[in-house]
Design a protein around this ligand. Structure first.
Ligand code: B12
Ligand code: SF4
Length: 527
C-alpha cells in the first residue's frame, strides 16, 4: 500500500483531486490531502509585488480592476508548517493538483520540499497538462490529462518498488539527468460510472491558512451548504481562449464529452446528503444543458430524489424551451449564460464561438420568465476588438431582459498557455486610431447597461462621444449609485435590525425613498 499526499493550492473545492483520492482509496492506498490556502479575488491596486504568476483579471460591479485568482503571498511560517506537516505524514508520493494560475507558487513550495525531503513529487491538473516542460523544471513527474489510471499505476509501482518510466500519461526525468520520458496519454475514460464518488470525508485532510494548520477538510463546511459536482467531462465546443481546445488536441480523434448516468449523479447527491446537510448544488459541468434525453430523465429523478435548488451553466446553442422549463421545474434556481461578446466578428473569428445574439437574448428572456436568476459572462479587454465590436457588446447587454445580471462583473481576456488564441493574437493586426476600442470606458458602459438609472439609448450615444470615451474616470462617476447601493448593502449587513427602529421615521422614510429613486428596485441576491 502506498501513501499518497495530495496538495492543492488556493482551490478548496478541488473536484479532480477528490476524484483521484477516492480512486486510490478504492485500490487500497492511503491518501492524505493538504488544502494550501484559499482562492480569493482582490483589488488590482492591492497587488504590490510584480508576480511571476499569470493573473486572471477582471472588473468588479463597482468598476474596480480586480485580480480574480490571486495566489496570496505565502508566509515563511506557512512554508515551514507545510514541510513539517509533510515530514510528519511521511508519504511515499507528494502529488500537487494545479491550474495554470498556481504553477509559480507550486514551484517555490516544491523547491522547499525537495530541499528537505527525498520523496518524489508529481504535478497534475490542467496547469501541468498544458505546460509539462515548464512543470518538469520544478517536479520529478508530470501527469498530462486524466489522472485516475496514472496515479493508481504510480502508487502500485511505488508499492512494489517498480519503475514508473513506462506509465501512460506520465512525463518525467530519469535519474542522473538523463533524457526525459514523455509517455502519451491513455484513452479518455469513457464510462465515468466506473469511478467511485468523490472523496468528501474529513479523515486525513488538512488546511494551511493564516499561519495555522487545521486538521480538517475546509470544504466540509462548504459542503454543509453547497455540494459541487459535475455530470460530464469535456466540452462539445472549442473556444479559442479555453483549454478545452488544447485538451481536444491532446486526445485527438476521441469524442470529448462523456456523461455519467443519471443514476450515478443522483446516487452521489443522495449519498452526500445523507452525510452533509447540503442545501444547494452547483453543477460545474462546462455545459450542463446538453443532451435532451439525459436531461429529461435527470430532471424527473433529481426533483424526486434530491429536490435541492441548483445552479449550472447553460449554452444557448440548440436549447429548447421545454428543456429550460424542465430544468427550472427540477430546481434550477440560478443559471449562468456565456455571452463573452456581442460582436459576431469577435465571437466567430476570434473566439471560435457560434452563438447568435438572438439566441442569447431569447434564452435569457425565457430563463427570467421562468423565474430563474440569470448571470451572464462577458469577456472584455480583448486587444483585437474594435470600437464597433465593443458597441455591439454594449448593445447586446442593453437588449438583454432586465433581471439578467453580469456575473460579478467582467472578465478581462486571459491568455492561458497552449490555447489557440495565442496564435490569433500574434497573427492579427490590432485596430488603431478611431477603430481602436477604449476598454476602460466601455467597461463602465457595460456595467451601467445593467443599471436601472442608466437608459440604454444614452449609453450608446455616449459610446460615440470620443471626448467622453477618452475620459473613463469621468464616466466612472456614473457608477456612484451602484457604489452607494453596495455601501448600503454593506451597512445593512452590519447594522442590527433594532438600529432601523431607532431612526426617526421621517428620516428613515426619506432615506428609503431616495434610495428607491436612485437605485431602482432591489436586485435579487446571487448564490
Ligand atoms: C469548478 C471549477 C472552479 C471552481 C473550483 C471549485 C471546485 N468545485 O472545484 C472555482 C470557481 C473556485 C474555480 C476557480 C478558478 N478557475 Co476554474 N474551473 C472549474 C471547472 C469548471 C471544473 C474543475 C473540475 O473539477 N474539473 C473536473 C476534474 C475531474 O478535472 P481536473 O480538475 O482537471 O482533474 C483531472 C486531471 O486534470 C487530473 N489531475 C488533476 N490534478 C491532478 C494531480 C495529480 C497528481 C495527477 C496525477 C492528476 C491530476 O486528474 C483529474 C481526474 O481525471 C474547470 C473546468 C473543467 N471542466 O475542468 C474550471 C477551470 C479549471 N478553471 C479555470 C480557471 C481559469 C479558474 C480561475 C483562474 C478563474 C478565476 N475566477 O479566477 C480560478 C482559479 C482558482 C485556483 N486558484 O485554482 C480554468 C483553468 C485554466 C488553466 N489553464 O488553468 C478551467 C479549466 C476553465 C476553463 N475551461 O478555462 N474554478
Ligand atoms: S463553451 Fe465554455 S468550456 Fe466549452 S470550450 Fe467554450 S469556453 Fe470552454
Amino acid at each position: 500500500m502506498s501513501h499518497v499526499l495530495f496538495l492543492t493550492l488556493y482551490d478548496q473545492g478541488a473536484m479532480g483531486l477528490r476524484q483521484l483520492s477516492s480512486v486510490l482509496k478504492a485500490d487500497g492506498h492511503r491518501v492524505s490531502v493538504i488544502y494550501f490556502k484559499k482562492y480569493r479575488t482582490v483589488l488590482k491596486s492591492s497587488v504590490q509585488t510584480p508576480l511571476d504568476e499569470m493573473l486572471h483579471e477582471g472588473v468588479d460591479l463597482l468598476g474596480r480592476d480586480t485580480v480574480m485568482s490571486i495566489s496570496a503571498p505565502v508566509s515563511e511560517t506557512e512554508r515551514r508548517l507545510l514541510v513539517n506537516l509533510i515530514r510528519e505524514l511521511a508519504p511515499n508520493l507528494i502529488a500537487f493538483s494545479l491550474r495554470s494560475v498556481t504553477l509559480a507558487v507550486a514551484a517555490t513550495l516544491t523547491r522547499d520540499i525537495k530541499a528537505r525531503l527525498r520523496t518524489p513529487v508529481i504535478w497534475g491538473g490542467i496547469g501541468p497538462t498544458l505546460e509539462p516542460d515548464r512543470s518538469l523544471q520544478a517536479c520529478d513527474l508530470v501527469c498530462r490529462g486524466e489522472g485516475e489510471g496514472a496515479i493508481v499505476d504510480l502508487a502500485r509501482a511505488l508499492d512494489r518498488g517498480e519503475s514508473w518510466d513506462g506509465i501512460p500519461n506520465l512525463w518525467g526525468k530519469r535519474g542522473g539527468g538523463c533524457p526525459a520520458f514523455r509517455n502519451p496519454p491513455r484513452p479518455l475514460f469513457r464510462v465515468l460510472d466506473a469511478l467511485p464518488y468523490m472523496d468528501t470525508s474529513p479523515q486525513g485532510k488538512y488546511t494551511i491558512e493564516n499561519d495555522v494548520v487545521i486538521r480538517d477538510d475546509p470544504a466540509i463546511s462548504n459542503f454543509e451548504l453547497l455540494y459541487e459536482i459535475s455530470s460530464t467531462r469535456g466540452c462539445p465546443f472549442a473556444c479559442t481562449y479555453c483549454c478545452n481546445e488544447a485538451l481536444q488536441r491532446l486526445y485527438e480523434g476521441q469524442p470529448p464529452v462523456r456523461r455519467r448516468s443519471v443514476d450515478h449523479v443522483v446516487g452521489e447527491l443522495v449519498a452526500a446528503r445523507a452525510v452533509h446537510p447540503i442545501n444547494r448544488v452547483n453543477f460545474q459541468d462546462d455545459v450542463f444543458s446538453i443532451d435532451r434525453k439525459w436531461l429529461t430523465e435527470f430532471c424527473e429523478r433529481y426533483k424526486q430524489e434530491v429536490g435541492l435548488p441548483f445552479w449550472c451553466y447553460v449554452h444557448p446553442q440548440g436549447l429548447h424551451t421545454e428543456t429550460l422549463a424542465m430544468l427550472r421545474d427540477a430546481g434550477m434556481h440560478w443559471a449562468t449564460l456565456g455571452i463573452q461578446s456581442g460582436s459576431r466578428r469577435v465571437l466567430e473569428q476570434i473566439y471560435g464561438r457560434r452563438s447568435q445574439r438572438e439566441a442569447i437574448i431569447d434564452t435569457a428572456r425565457q430563463l427570467i420568465g421562468l423565474g430563474a436568476d440569470v448571470n451572464v459572462d462577458v469577456i472584455t479587454n480583448n486587444p483585437l476588438e474594435t470600437d464597433q465590436d465593443c458597441r455591439d457588446t454594449l448593445q447586446l447587454l442593453i437588449d438583454l431582459p432586465c433581471g439578467a445580471r453580469l456575473n460579478g462583473g467582467l472578465s478581462k481576456l486571459s491568455v492561458f498557455p497552449a490555447t489557440r488564441i495565442i496564435g490569433i493574437l500574434n497573427d492579427t493586426a490590432r485596430p488603431t486610431g478611431p477603430a481602436a476600442a477604449n476598454h476602460e470606458a466601455y467597461n463602465v458602459l457595460y456595467l451601467l447597461s445593467r443599471q436601472p438609472h442608466a437608459p440604454g439609448k444614452r449609453l450608446v450615444t455616449m459610446s460615440r462621444r470620443r471626448w467622453l470615451m477618452a475620459r473613463p474616470a469621468l464616466l466612472r462617476t456614473l457608477l456612484w449609485p451602484v457604489r452607494l447601493r453596495a455601501a448600503l448593502t454593506h451597512v445593512r449587513r452590519f447594522f442590527p435590525p433594532w438600529a432601523k427602529r431607532r431612526l426617526p421615521p421621517p428620516l428613515w422614510n426619506a432615506m428609503r425613498s431616495m434610495k428607491k429613486r436612485l437605485l431602482g428596485p432591489r436586485q435579487p441576491t446571487g448564490w
